[in-house]
Design a protein around this ligand. Structure first.
Ligand SMILES: [Mn+2]
Length: 485
């Protein structure tokens, strides 16, 4: 069971309570003064494909209404070969009456990455500001981004992304404090609270927040620096994965990726993405192949399909990495994203955890909600060899980790229970999370002194792992297998 996100930007998890940090932040943002005469001017680039009329126009009007005239060079709309009628003459007519707005049309479907580059190549501003085509810029959104790039040319700066309700289009804002971006070892983008080390580094609540990765389409970058960094990887098709590739590249090649807490842009999280995700896998593989060094194996272990995916030629991107003398991925993990746990993946101790007696059945964990991963029961299901929700790692701390997701889960047994449930992993493994995988394949839970057995779930046709008194039965024997064949 593999679930795919349907949004261009991953959904922001439920807002956290407003703290002191935040209320003082809001006031301080209002007090901020800007040296308008000396700030760089920006081209705002909005690529779209078959976008609805109202959301597209709302984006354009909100940019025009909230951007100070002196800072806005132009708004460039890039039509990625849409075929919907309202985006043809009607759109051209509507825009022709607007100041500073230019419409560029692709002659064939290019995909998000190349459509954006088309806009960038036509841009006349010093700074490129990329937006999605269903956004609403908030008063004061632009100044902090340009101010920061004015101070530091190698900073790539994202606004805080506020939520616009899909059904009512009501601006819900973002009542929690800004979140930063990360990823898990499937190379799926994740949201995180600001870590303590970063709070300490920030000189004030209105200082930029460093973020290991960006969510997607909303950021500002110096045009010169964007070109220096190698703009986008034009070998990337359609969309998906390009945000992580660009994030790795920014950090590893000497830039910084930041969120400015004073810049707010609303984003409609669509129910259905207009772009197909079919190319996203190849894009992620390109990111892994160029930037992740030996750590790409951790990704491939969790997503074996990726190994088979044709990803095109990355020679030029590797040359770019060498030319810019970019740092390695180990540096990135240690310096930029130390919160991410790096799996051990010892040979023979990761992959599918398969039973010997109950043929073709594997440990399987399928939480109903990607944002609520913990607390559910581990089951057994026909082995599918696709990694993902059947991927587990047995660690030297004797944990059975479910570490395709962030934060990582560890299999635990609650007191007095015989079922296996998922808990958060801890720095040091708690006793109820310790299992001994013995040479004969038995999986011994130390605390309860019992063995894990493949068993039929009561009054059903499904199977689950349960704790039972240890026997020599093959139903108590387990082994790891990396791939199906
Ligand atoms: Mn979007």
């Amino acid at each position: 069971m593999i679930r795919e996100c349907e949004c261009l930007l991953p959904l922001i998890p439920a807002a956290r309570p407003v703290g002191l940090f935040l209320s003082s932040q809001r006031e301080r943002c209002k007090e901020k003064k800007y040296d308008y005469d000396n700030l760089p001017r920006t081209s705002v680039i909005i690529a779209f494909y078959n976008e609805a009329w109202s959301t597209l126009l709302r984006t354009v009007y909100s940019v025009l209404e909230t951007s100070p005239d002196i800072l806005l060079e132009e708004v460039i709309l890039v039509d990625d070969y849409s075929d919907r009628e309202h985006l043809k003459e009607r759109l051209a007519n509507e825009l022709s009456g607007l100041p500073k707005v230019r419409l560029i049309r692709a002659n064939k479907r290019e995909g998000l990455v190349r459509a954006r580059l088309l806009g960038a190549s036509a841009a006349r501003g010093d700074v490129l500001t990329f937006l999605d085509c269903h956004c609403e810029c908030h008063e004061g959104w632009l100044e902090p981004l340009l101010q920061r790039i004015h101070e530091e040319e190698s900073a790539v700066v994202c606004p805080v992304i506020d939520v616009i309700d899909w059904n009512t289009f009501e601006y819900l804002g973002n009542s929690g404090e800004p979140q930063i971006g990360g990823f898990d070892w499937r190379l799926v983008f994740t949201w995180h609270t600001v870590p303590e080390r970063e709070r300490i580094r920030m000189r004030s609540p209105v200082d930029v927040i460093r973020s290991p990765t960006m969510a997607g389409g909303l950021f500002a970058v110096s045009k010169k620096y964007f070109e220096y960094l190698g703009s986008y990887d034009t070998g990337m098709e359609v969309w998906g994965g390009e945000n992580l590739e660009f994030s790795f590249r920014i950090w590893q090649c000497g830039g910084t990726l930041e969120t400015h807490p004073c810049s707010h842009v609303g984003h409609v999280f669509p129910k259905q993405a207009p772009y197909s995700r079919s190319k996203a896998l190849a894009n992620s593989v390109r990111a892994a192949e160029v930037w992740m060094d030996e750590f790409k194996e951790l990704y491939y272990h969790r997503n074996p399909r990726a190994r088979l995916e044709p990803f095109g030629d990355v020679t030029e991107r590797k040359q770019l990495r060498a030319k810019l003398q970019c740092k390695d991925f180990k540096w990135f993990l240690e310096t930029v994203y130390p919160e991410l746990h790096v799996p051990e993946d010892r040979p023979g101790f990761f992959g599918m955890l398969q039973n010997k007696g109950l043929k073709d059945y594997c440990f399987d964990y399928n939480p109903p909600d990607e944002n609520q991963i913990m607390g559910h029961q581990v089951i057994l299901y026909l082995c599918h060899g696709m990694g993902q929700n059947q991927f587990f790692e047995y660690t030297s701390q004797k944990e059975i980790r479910y570490n395709t997701h962030q934060p990582e889960g560890c299999i635990a047994v609650e007191a007095g229970m015989d079922i296996l449930t998922m808990h958060l992993c801890k720095e040091t493994a708690p006793e109820n999370q310790k299992f001994i995988l013995q040479e004969d394949g038995s999986l011994f839970h130390e605390q309860s002194q019992k063995c894990v057995q493949a068993a039929r779930k009561e009054s059903s046709d499904s199977f689950v792992p349960l704790l039972r008194d240890c026997t020599s039965s093959d139903h108590q024997k387990w082994f790891f297998k990396e791939r199906m064949f």
